[in-house]
Design a protein around this ligand. Structure first.
Ligand SMILES: Nc1nc2c(ncn2[C@@H]2O[C@H](COP(=O)(O)OP(=O)(O)OP(=O)(O)O)[C@@H](O)[C@H]2O)c(=O)[nH]1
Ligand SMILES: [Mg+2]
Length: 303
């Protein structure tokens, strides 16, 4: 069993335990898999934050499958759901494999979701793959934000490009890309502010940063990751939808998957935002980042 798998299982522990308990409770005493059992399954999936539409679709798949009365077999049922979830995720949620080209990654998202921590995790991720990484502290809105990233940089041995509080985020990104060229770095990870005044302001800030990237790193891949907090459930998802409209993300990094009994949100995110999920955050440490894989995920959820 790989480390990654272990980490994912650890992250989803609460969801996994809760789902299994509810599953067993719902099926206890039932002899045949009847309509009532299927409806209970729907409720269990909805309660795990998979989203109403997705939960109905998943159980519908099983309903179609069960044409004649069938004995309740909880293990088999779970395996079916695992397969259904994996297929569904493979259809919507798989990010195209990233190449090894120089990349500028912009982390965006509402405040407190885990952007700064995820920036550090991504830096570590690339470090482990022998890439040269730089961090850019473009959240200049709060002094503490620059400090927080700098502490991570020191811990990881990654340079953090920073300016004073209140500086223009575009200028920080400019500096970072210059430094990347001078130091031979091939990954630049940009932490941004979650706390901007309004949509207009956010849009302008991001547009400015992207213009700087286009000019200063013309041949580089530009990747915008929308960071979401898994513990905020369907509400957080609605908020993220709004944010995505403004920020035009390429993929999702779902943080704090370890802190929720509702890991099903991963499935809902993929379906409702129609964005690939690329990474899951499963803890507060620099190593607590898992690259998203539908089969592994589905099995960790219910297998
Ligand atoms: N358990 C857990 N905690 C996390 C994870 N990612 C981030 N956190 C914690 O969430 C809190 C907020 O994380 P930050 O990285 O500061 O979030 P942010 O989006 O940068 O916040 P702002 O800059 O204020 O918008 C911190 O206490 C982190 O340690 C995760 O995957 N799991
Ligand atoms: Mg931050």
């Amino acid at each position: 069993m790989s480390d990654l798998w272990q980490k994912l299982k650890k992250g989803l522990f609460m969801t996994h335990t809760e789902l299994l308990e509810r599953f067993d409770a719902a099926l206890a005493g039932r002899v045949v898999l009847d309509e009532e059992s299927l409806e209970e399954l729907e409720e269990i999936l909805i309660a795990a934050d998979l989203g109403v539409e997705t939960s109905l679709a998943l159980v519908e798949g099983i309903r179609r499958d069960v044409r004649k009365p069938e004995a309740v077999d909880s293990l088999r049922l779970r395996q079916r759901l695992v397969d259904e979830i994996a297929v569904l995720l493979e259809d919507t949620a798989v990010a195209p494999a990233a190449g090894d080209e120089p990349t500028v990654t912009l982390l965006v998202g509402v405040n407190g979701v885990g952007k700064t921590t995820s920036a550090a995790k991504l830096a570590r991720w690339h470090q482990m793959r022998q890439r040269r990484v730089l961090l850019a502290a473009a959240d200049t809105f709060r002094a503490a934000a620059v400090e927080q990233l700098s502490v991570w940089g020191e811990r990881l041995g990654v340079d953090v490009i920073r300016q004073a509080r209140g500086a223009d985020p575009g200028a920080v990104v400019f500096d970072a890309l210059q430094a990347a060229r001078a130091r031979g770095a091939d990954r630049v990870i940009i932490d941004t502010a979650g706390r901007l005044h309004n949509k207009q302001h956010l849009m302008e800030e991001l547009a400015k940063i992207r213009r700087v990237i286009d000019r200063q790193a013309a041949g580089w891949r530009r990747d915008t990751l929308l960071v979401l907090d898994a513990t905020t459930g369907q509400n957080g998802l609605a908020q993220a939808q709004e944010f995505h409209k403004v920020a035009a993300a390429d993929a999702v990094l779902l943080a704090k998957v370890d802190g929720t009994a509702k890991g099903g949100i991963v499935v809902a995110v993929a379906r409702q935002l129609d964005l690939p999920v690329r990474f899951l955050g499963v803890g507060e440490g620099a190593e607590d980042l898992v690259e998203f894989q539908p089969r592994e995920f589905a099995a960790a959820l219910l297998g």
